[in-house]
Design a protein around this ligand. Sequence first.
Ligand SMILES: Cc1cc2nc3c(=O)[nH]c(=O)nc-3n(C[C@H](O)[C@H](O)[C@H](O)COP(=O)(O)OP(=O)(O)OC[C@H]3O[C@@H](n4cnc5c(N)ncnc54)[C@H](O)[C@@H]3O)c2cc1C
Length: 291
Amino acid sequence: MTKNLAELTSIKIGGAAAFFYEPATVVELTALLAAHPDAVLLGGGTNIVFGAMPRRAVISMKKINAALNEWREIAADEIRVTVGAGKPLAEVVRQAVAGGWRGVENLIGIPGTVGGAVAMNAGAQGRAIGDAVEKVVGVDYGGTPVEKIFTPAELGFAYRTSRLQTTPIAVVAVELRLRRTAVAELAPRAAAWLAARAACRIKLPNCGSVFRNPAGEKSAGELLESAGMKGETRGALRVSPTHANFFENLGGATGDDFCDLLDRARDAVRRRTGIALTPEVKIIGEFCRKN
Ligand SMILES: Cc1cc2nc3c(=O)[nH]c(=O)nc-3n(C[C@H](O)[C@H](O)[C@H](O)COP(=O)(O)OP(=O)(O)OC[C@H]3O[C@@H](n4cnc5c(N)ncnc54)[C@H](O)[C@@H]3O)c2cc1C
């Protein structure tokens, strides 16, 4: 099935995928990974920018174990939650906060799927999902695809990254470790974080933070702002006038616009500070001169 990838990403950029699949079961997924070992896995598409994909297959993970949602109390104050890769992360966070289980409340408001969050080690407020992962069930497709269990140590969670970004493993389910706390304490804290996000939400299509924060005191957004990038435009893509680490699609932006603006932003910061920013967003396909 061919597919317009722009429809599947939050920033609404993407060319056509010549081979697009949306398996409903792990068995189907395993067969697809055997046939397409260089496939790109797609979750909610909230941290990915595609060019054209004329050769590599794109496999949507959204239906993989999307209904899996098992909550198992193992002690009065501890629970293990097994959720599927295709499940929206927001649903898990909402259920945990409402039930008085702490460990993922900091992820409130982060869009995308559970599988994508684990691959990216998504986080906020100084904590990331990897901090709550007990184990991951994944299909290792480095050779003949096989389902395996991975420990957090094997997956090397670190700031906005994990080994899932560099090794051929498709996350199909995740077990999280949460602890009992008072709803009355947890819910207002989560609500305040959500309100803070809503207050600075960018209304135009975007892909979240474009660059990782570098080591040092200044965030990528601060460095980009100091380099005069706010409002800078390439084609139909603009550096947000409110948050310089977000690029917003003004309507009809292309992958080339994205790469041009990314290069321009990186060069501006490098010239001013000597710091080489690295993209957090995944840039995949045939359009870029660099990256
Ligand atoms: C408005 C907005 C706000 C955001 N705020 C935050 C934030 O506060 N903190 C934060 O960390 N991120 C944030 N993000 C970025 C993004 O939401 C997260 O990185 C999210 O966890 C990505 O999940 P996804 O399902 O959309 O993954 P995708 O964008 O679809 O994919 C991201 C990467 O994960 C891989 N992947 C996806 N699913 C799987 C799977 N099942 N198995 C293996 N690999 C997989 C993909 O191949 C790709 O490399 C934000 C994005 C937006 C648009």
